[in-house]
Design a binder for this molecule. Structure first.
Ligand SMILES: *Cc1c(COP(=O)(O)O)cnc(C)c1O
Length: 398
């Protein structure tokens, strides 16, 4: 196996399963990224915007009431306090600065729930880039408010009608468009997925989460945590939370997938739970697929977690047993969401509440008395409508 090939893979996962016409573009991207990330001027500019615009560093908050009730020392990494309300902006700022450095004038992105679309439209306005967001027509219908937000920020939302008309199809469309227009266009990918080098790029721009956390927990506790926990959609907030702890073998890494109505019902988004390897969006990884290898629709009360796959480095961390992946159902997640509201006065994103639900289980069992850090990936303002429907017993999963 050539060194070149090894570089593009995490074990057997990852790679570049794209049309020949994109190979040069991916190479150009990798070269530009590797140069940028080792250029102090680029890092300084990135850190400047994270501080002055995004509002970093985010607090590592000791959740006293939750800790007392559930029996472990629980800290929350407050990514919900970032500008635009989640961790996604960390990655968007990094990628758009990279786009500018490469001389691109236009950016494109995919979005499902609309969160990455809003973050990208925000960055495009800030850095004066023409911005088109690909979004499935199903999602456009379900996420009207985010569509309007993107338009307010000056982006064009381009409807995608193919396939299931959701995130999977919007991503295909973005990759296709990029292959045709890479000359002046940069593709801002929203999670730790896609063809190499995207999983690496997204990890590096989300690494700030664990870099800050490590410093903060050492300050507060004088030692590293026993576990770090994060929810997993495509896997960007989790890989950011894991990054600086991967080499700290005493720190357990735990990813929480969306179990929907329960793994056994088939209506879920837990790509890792069943462990079927396949190829999607330019990468080899664990995917939800039927016996014929067709991609299955993911199913979760949380729009941000219903991606049918998971980033390739997570697949590798799972197989090498460095990280553990678990599932939380819609019901468990909604109970945890309300608990966080009532005990700490924090309304979390439904995505983040999945991680919270698992933290409660851990704290009452094998992690009793231990220290757990959870990535609170986003705030729940966007989800209030879904929560209200859920409480009224209305259909919230499609
Ligand atoms: C998009 C999103 C996620 C899921 O995406 P990852 O790439 O797995 O982090 C989780 N939480 C929030 C708040 C999100 O907006």
């Amino acid at each position: 196996m050539s060194k070149n090939r090894e570089n593009k893979y995490f074990g057997e996962f990852g790679g570049q399963y794209v049309a020949e016409s994109l190979m040069n573009t991916l190479e150009e991207l990798e070269k530009a990224f590797d140069e940028a990330i080792s250029d102090p001027n680029f890092i300084n500019e990135y850190m400047y915007y994270l501080k002055e615009y995004v509002g970093r560093e985010t607090p590592l908050y000791y959740a006293k009431r939750l800790s007392e009730k559930y029996g472990a020392t629980i800290y929350l990494k407050r990514e919900d306090l970032n500008h635009t309300g989640a961790h996604k902006i960390n990655n968007v700022i990094g990628q758009i600065l990279l786009a500018k450095r490469m001389g691109k004038t236009k950016i494109i992105a995919e979005t499902g729930a609309g969160q990455h679309g809003v973050a990208t439209a925000t960055g495009a306005a800030l850095f004066n880039m023409e911005c088109t967001i690909y979004m499935g027509t199903e999602d456009i219908e379900r996420q009207k408010l985010n569509v309007f937000r993107m338009q307010m920020l000056g982006a064009t939302v381009s409807p995608v009608k193919t396939g299931s008309a959701t995130l999977k199809d919007a991503t295909n469309e973005a990759i296709r468009t990029w292959a045709e227009r890479a000359e002046d266009t940069f593709y801002v990918l929203g999670s730790a997925v896609g063809p190499y080098p995207y999983p690496k790029i997204v990890k590096e721009f989300q690494r700030i989460i664990s870099t800050e956390t490590k410093r903060q927990i050492l300050e507060k506790e004088g030692k590293l945590p026993d576990a770090v926990v994060a929810c997993v959609g495509g896997g960007s907030n989790s890989i950011g939370m894991f990054a600086d702890f991967i080499d700290e073998k005493d720190v357990d890494l735990i990813g929480v997938e969306a179990g929907g109505l329960g793994i056994e019902t088939g209506k879920h988004a837990s790509a890792m739970a069943l462990g079927q390897v396949g190829v999607l969006h330019g990468m080899k990884t664990y995917l939800l697929q039927d016996d014929d290898g067709n991609i299955q629709l993911a199913h979760s009360i949380s729009a941000g977690l219903d991606y049918p796959g998971v980033g390739p480095e997570h697949a590798y961390l799972r197989d090498t047993k460095r990280a553990t992946y678990v599932s939380i159902t819609d019901k468990e997640c909604m109970d945890a969401l309300m608990e966080l509201c009532r005990l700490e006065g924090i309304i979390p994103a439904i995505e983040s509440a999945h991680a919270m639900a698992y933290v409660f289980k851990m704290a009452q069992n094998e992690y009793k008395g231990k220290t757990i850090v959870m990535c609170l990936s986003g705030r729940g303002d966007k989800d209030v409508d879904t929560v209200a429907k859920y409480m009224n017993g209305e259909e919230t999963n499609k």
